[in-house]
Design a protein around this ligand. Structure first.
Ligand SMILES: *Cc1c(COP(=O)(O)O)cnc(C)c1O
Length: 397
């Protein structure tokens, strides 16, 4: 035994933090790390944001939990605000991204079921996708490394190559219910889809009577510089899953849908104990207060451009370490030539936190409240990390 009473499912860095302030995480010993991991795109307003702290503590003194058997005013309010600022008419609140996806998948299947086509239950997804770790969402993601050893793959998911419209159309059968897609693949390595692709996919859905589900668990809630990643194209989805950023660090997700797409989700067919509880709703509403402020999203685009320029110059400076910079807003990735784990480790040595992703990419997902000075600081830390990696590489030769 390794001396720990925890499942060994995470390969953790030997690092613990005592508190956070804005874009910074601070250890017990007072060491300050610049947090460009952001709890994996969760800490959208940074750490200890005063508006979130106030919203949570105020609610904590009134009411923590009541069942969804009763009205929850904060839930109605957050649902209305999410609907008013997106394509959606309705919301179902969850505690995580995977649960939001489960709800999205069930909503799509039920739509066809109540429309007299119960045989339409299959969902087409894309290679490199990540939709969560429940049994259905690992089947949707289709990655062998997450499916292995967990028994028969949940039935009803068909996968086609990333960005391949012909393959997408060929995958449609009389049993297909929907397409499920991340407008920007996050875990897959910050791989944005051309806007045209989403538009073509929307047209395919309309032609074949299918629903379009977008997974914006990582790309949503301002991350790419628009409120949702799908807004970089002209499409409107039918169903959307969000989580991560909407809770700002409190566990919160939502499945959003049009009235038509959610028509099968009637009383009793789906539920949750914790989803949409008053604490989560207080925080979700407080996150939206900030993100919907005039100019906030434009600020993300500006800061994202600054970061991307800085990263692009590092790619030029260190061609043996980096290959490319990807993404938009504050959802950025550095494709590496060296193993991405080593690159992220070298950044951590420079007190900058980033997250490895698929396709040998290191992700940078700072709080949306990050300052331009902090971005410059991060670029300087990455430069130091890359300089050391190059020196070590030369010493080893
Ligand atoms: C993180 C993530 C999920 C899963 O969210 P959990 O809260 O970990 O269940 C699903 N889809 C995408 C795109 C994600 O990035």
């Amino acid at each position: 035994m390794s001396g720990s009473a925890l499942f060994e499912t995470f390969a953790r860095a030997p690092l613990a933090f005592e508190r956070g302030e804005g874009s910074w995480l601070i250890t017990e010993a007072g060491e300050r790390y610049l947090d460009f991991a952001g709890g994996i795109a969760v800490n959208s307003l940074g750490h200890s944001h005063p508006h979130l702290v106030a919203a949570l503590t105020e609610q904590a003194q009134k009411l923590w939990h009541v069942s969804n058997l009763y009205e929850i005013p904060g839930q109605s309010r957050l649902g209305e605000r999410l609907a008013a600022s997106s394509f959606a008419d309705r919301a179902f609140f969850t505690n995580s991204g995977a649960e939001a996806l489960e709800c999205a998948i069930k909503t799509a299947r039920r739509y066809h079921y109540v429309n007299g086509a119960p045989e339409r239950f299959r969902i087409v997804t894309f290679e490199g996708a990540f939709h969560g770790r429940t049994l259905a969402t690992i089947a949707a993601g289709g990655q062998p490394k997450y499916l292995e050893g967990f028994g028969p793959k949940v039935e009803g998911f068909d996968q086609v190559p990333f960005g391949d419209l012909d393959a997408a159309e060929k995958a449609i059968t009389s049993e297909t219910a929907a397409f499920l897609i991340e407008p920007v693949q996050g875990e897959g390595g910050i791989r944005p889809l051309p806007p045209k692709f989403l538009e073509n996919l929307r047209a395919l859905c309309d032609k074949h009577g299918l629903l379009l589900i977008v997974d914006e668990v990582q790309s949503g809630v301002g991350r790419t510089g628009k409120l949702y990643g799908y807004e970089w194209s002209s499409i409107q989805p039918d169903i959307m899953a969000i989580a991560k950023g909407i809770g700002g660090g409190f566990p919160l997700g939502a499945c959003l849908a049009t009235e038509r797409a959610s028509m099968g989700m009637t009383a009793g067919v789906h539920g949750t104990t914790f989803g949409g509880n008053p604490l989560a709703m207080a925080v979700g509403n407080a996150v939206l207060d900030v993100i919907l402020e005039d100019g906030f999203l434009e600020g993300i685009q500006q800061k994202g451009n600054l970061a991307k320029q800085g990263l692009a110059s590092l790619v030029d400076e260190f061609p043996s370490v980096f290959e490319d910079v990807r993404g938009s807003g504050l959802m950025l990735g550095l494709k590496c030539k060296m193993p991405n784990g080593a690159v992220a480790g070298a950044m951590r040595e420079e007190r900058l936190l980033a997250v490895p992703a698929g396709d040998n990419v290191v992700r940078l997902l700072p709080p949306l409240t990050v300052t331009e000075d902090e971005i410059r600081q991060a670029i300087a830390n990455i430069r130091s990390a890359a300089t050391k990696l190059v020196a070590e590489g030369e010493a080893a030769q």
